[in-house]
Design a protein around this ligand. Structure first.
Ligand code: CMP
Length: 225
């Protein structure tokens, strides 16, 4: 198994070779196809996951069956660590949105790493702080921004993390259906489709299957504010 991505990540880079070897000795590789879940909201679990390749959506389901996406994670991201610090059931369902490769680490093994190298907990706290900052921002957006503004912001965020230069703009292969995009911004599919169609008509982006090409980053940024 190629553990180079893991070794180079902010979380594991501080570890000495022997500690890294001990922490990763018991890890297992998990390969998922689109639509397969790693775990479901409400499950109990003692493992956390590090994404080597692909994308994972974290979603919650309301009692009436509606779904909301908390985040889309990609290579280098970690999830499933909350129960390590605050033992409780999984607070979201983790599902692959593309072919995805993960490594699963036992909470106990990470605990050993934390005890051996305090820098590991600093990195974990940093990741949690970033997540809280992001969550606060999307909460404020839900209150203060309209749906097109939230769609623009979500696309810019996805572009930031997954965008690649294309001939006429930035290709964002987000792998999400329009329904999933709607769940990510907390709006109906119809309203999100309308916002996307308007952006296309204005020449700000082009739609592709589970992807967009952003043609006018500046206008999209202005719309997201
Ligand atoms: P856990 O509760 O073990 O399982 C679900 C995981 O989703 C959780 O740990 C976190 O790692 C992750 N998670 C929960 N909420 C968010 C969020 N708002 N942004 C990113 N990841 C999250």
């Amino acid at each position: 198994m190629d553990l180079e991505v893991l070794r180079q990540s902010a979380l594991f880079a501080p570890l000495a070779d022997d500690v890294f070897a001990a922490v990763t000795e018991g890890l297992t590789e998990v390969n998922l196809s689109r639509g397969s879940s790693v775990f479901r909201e409400g499950d109990r679990g003692d493992e956390l996951y590090f994404i080597l390749a692909g994308k994972i959506k974290l979603g919650r389901t309301a009692v009436d069956g509606r779904e909301n996406l908390l985040a889309i994670l990609g290579p280098g991201d970690l999830f499933g660590e909350m129960a390590l610090f605050d033992p409780a059931a999984r607070n979201a369902t983790a599902t692959a949105v593309s072919e995805t490769r993960l490594v699963a680490l036992k909470h106990d093994d990470l605990r050993t790493a934390i005890e051996t190298r305090p820098e590991v907990s600093t990195q974990l706290l940093r990741a949690l702080a970033q997540r809280l900052r992001r969550t606060d921002e999307s909460l404020a957006d839900m209150v203060f921004s309209d749906v097109p503004g939230r769609v623009a912001k979500a696309l810019l965020d996805l572009a930031d993390r997954f965008g690649r230069p294309a001939t006429d703009g930035i290709l964002v292969a987000h792998e999400l259906t329009q329904e999933e995009l709607a769940q990510l911004v907390g709006a109906s599919r119809e309203t999100v489709n309308k916002a996307l169609a308007e952006f296309v008509q204005r020449g700000w982006l082009r739609l592709e299957a589970r992807a967009v090409v952003i043609l006018d980053m500046q206008r999209l940024r202005q719309r997201s504010r």
